[in-house]
Design a protein around this ligand. Structure first.
Ligand SMILES: [Ca+2]
Ligand SMILES: [Ca+2]
Ligand SMILES: [Ca+2]
Length: 467
């Protein structure tokens, strides 16, 4: 009934890291002064370097980096790594002109694919922070900061910001726009986009891991200010069995929603992700005029009944302080699976509004081990498959049930490996009423039974035994 928690592709990551080490040793021995020469290819994949003060006529090795990703893409082959050095990369033009004011243009267009065994990797060099700043791009149509139409890429450790809406004839622009499959988006920090942070238009088998999308706002949308700036979205056109997956990711201060999966033909799974303070104009407590303000929007097709509606699953995730709803079925025709989540102080903590075949409103979903706490009501729960949730058990939770309760501090820096920060917030306190009250849903737990909510109690330290 419930899917087992799956492991992220650590093996693939390890293989890449080994390849990178071997490449470094080979490149260090190569002559570095030959202008326009290519670094030698080798069995583990070549390494190339890009830097803000680089030169596209250089050789692309560590001491002679290129200036642009576009230059790197001319030569990359499956298995290669392109390292981006720290600093700010500015852009002022898309790759081509707009053909109309409603056209869509890419600024960075990633079109060359890797393979399953040999992905192409675009990664921050060591612990440096490459910032792709698109605020100078004024082309008069919709803008994709990074447009990914390739498959089997890894984008890792990049900060992406400043994509604009340059007229009022469209809806959102995009930070990262994806029409590809089997890509890994890892440790991206995407913010201040006039539209969605990361938007999957089509494709499956993509993993969005340990990414942040925040402070996005679309003031110039045709459908109203704030209507379209989500943190993350999967809205694919092509029906697939394979899913898109979000894990360890955070969305906050976005004008519309944190995570939105409306009109997705691809199943979606979310695990260990947080969404808060969405529905506001960033930097303020002002409601975005047309923002929806939902933490996790779990499917839906604009109110229509779709016979082939996909499965949406969310687990071990947290939604709080979203203006309208924390976890929302959004008129989805089939029930989302909602297990071991924590909702706190949302307009509605859980709203399971579905749509029946005749178009009438109904309630959908399978809910286990969830916590509803603080302000935030339950809506559309009649007929939902609900048990072992805090409300089913009649728990009257108070702040004493948690090690900490706050709307603040959730944007703390990530751990060194990119994982979510370990915070006391909304974790069970010793003796909490949520401890061991759940039922086994296939996620890790300690003690005789799972606890309720996103975090499992540990007597000595917190964070060591997250789901
Ligand atoms: Ca909206
Ligand atoms: Ca939305
Ligand atoms: Ca337990």
């Amino acid at each position: 009934m419930f899917p087992r928690s799956r492991q992220v592709p650590q093996l693939r990551r390890s293989a890449l890291a080994l390849g990178a080490l071997a490449g470094a040793a080979l490149l260090a021995a190569a002559p570095a002064s030959v202008a326009t020469a290519q670094p030698p290819a080798h069995p583990h994949g070549a390494q190339y370097f890009v830097a803000p003060d680089g030169d596209d006529q250089a050789s692309g090795d560590r001491r002679h980096p290129w200036a642009s990703l576009a230059r790197a893409q001319e030569v990359v082959e499956p298995g290669d790594t392109v390292f981006l050095r720290g600093g700010t990369y500015t852009f002022d033009d898309a790759v081509r002109d707009c053909t109309s004011q409603t056209d869509r243009v890419d600024v960075v267009a990633l079109t060359r694919s890797g393979t399953a065994d040999r992905p192409i990797r675009y990664a921050a060099y060591r612990d440096e922070t490459p910032v792709l700043d698109f605020s100078g791009v004024r082309d008069d149509c919709r803008i994709k900061g990074v447009g990914v139409t390739a498959d089997h890429l890894v984008l890792e450790g990049l900060e992406i910001t400043g994509v604009r809406q340059n007229n009022t004839l469209n809806n959102e622009s995009w930070g990262v726009w994806v029409d590809g499959s089997h890509n890994l988006f890892d440790e991206l920090d995407i913010h201040h986009i006039m539209g969605a942070g990361l938007f999957i238009q089509d494709g499956a088998g993509n993993l969005v891991r340990n990414c942040d999308a925040h402070d996005n706002y679309d003031p110039f949308s045709r459908t109203g200010a704030g209507q379209n700036a989500d943190g993350f979205g999967s809205h694919t056109d092509t029906p697939t069995v394979e899913e898109n997956r979000f894990e360890g990711s955070r969305a906050w201060n976005n004008a519309d929603d944190g995570f939105d999966f409306i009109n997705s033909a691809t199943p979606v799974t979310v695990h260990r992700s947080w969404a808060w303070h969405n529905g506001y104009v960033y930097g303020t407590d002002e409601l975005a005029a047309s923002g929806n303000g939902t933490g996790f929007k779990l499917g839906g097709y604009g109110g229509d009944y779709e016979a082939g509606a996909v499965d949406i699953t969310i687990s071990a995730s947290v939604a709080f302080d979203n203006t309208l709803r924390g976890f929302y079925a959004n008129h989805h025709p089939v029930g989302p699976t909602v297990v071991n989540n924590t909702a706190f102080d949302n307009g509605a903590n859980y709203n399971m509004r579905g749509v029946a075949e005749d178009g009438s409103a109904t309630s959908v979903g399978t809910l286990r081990n969830n916590v509803s706490f603080g302000g935030g009501v339950l809506e559309y729960m009649d007929g939902v498959d609900s048990s072992h949730n805090s409300w089913d058990l009649g728990l009257e939770l108070t702040e004493e049930d948690f090690l900490g309760v706050s709307h603040e501090g959730w944007d703390a820096p990530r751990q060194r490996d990119g994982d979510l920060p370990v915070l006391p917030l909304l974790r069970p306190a010793p003796g909490s009423a949520v401890i061991d009250r759940g039922v086994d849903v296939g996620l890790d737990f300690r003690g005789p039974a799972p606890d309720l909510g996103a975090f499992e109690y540990h007597p000595r330290s917190h964070g060591q035994h997250d789901r």
